[in-house]
Design a protein around this ligand. Sequence first.
Ligand code: ZN
Ligand code: ZN
Length: 94
Amino acid sequence: MSGQLQTVGDDGPERCAFCSAEAAGPCASCRRSVCGDCCTLTEGGARTWAICLDCDRKKGRSLGGAWRGLGIWLVGLLVALAAIVALMEWLAPS
Ligand SMILES: [Zn+2]
Ligand SMILES: [Zn+2]
């Protein structure tokens, strides 16, 4: 009867921090317990990590912004190159 200070009501396993379903494991980033539905698997090097939706949203946003910036930069570079090639062909004596 005593010694169960942490349990609330039922004696089930850890609960998900988002939907209160049975937790599958802790988030690799913030250590909150999350269930299989409330976490995403991310590949960081050799290992696959499970991170919660909160951390996934933050990282996804920052990563997406970085990739979008790189994409715009690459498109700009390609357009500049195409313009230079067109200019050279136009200037070249035929
Ligand atoms: Zn959940
Ligand atoms: Zn997290």
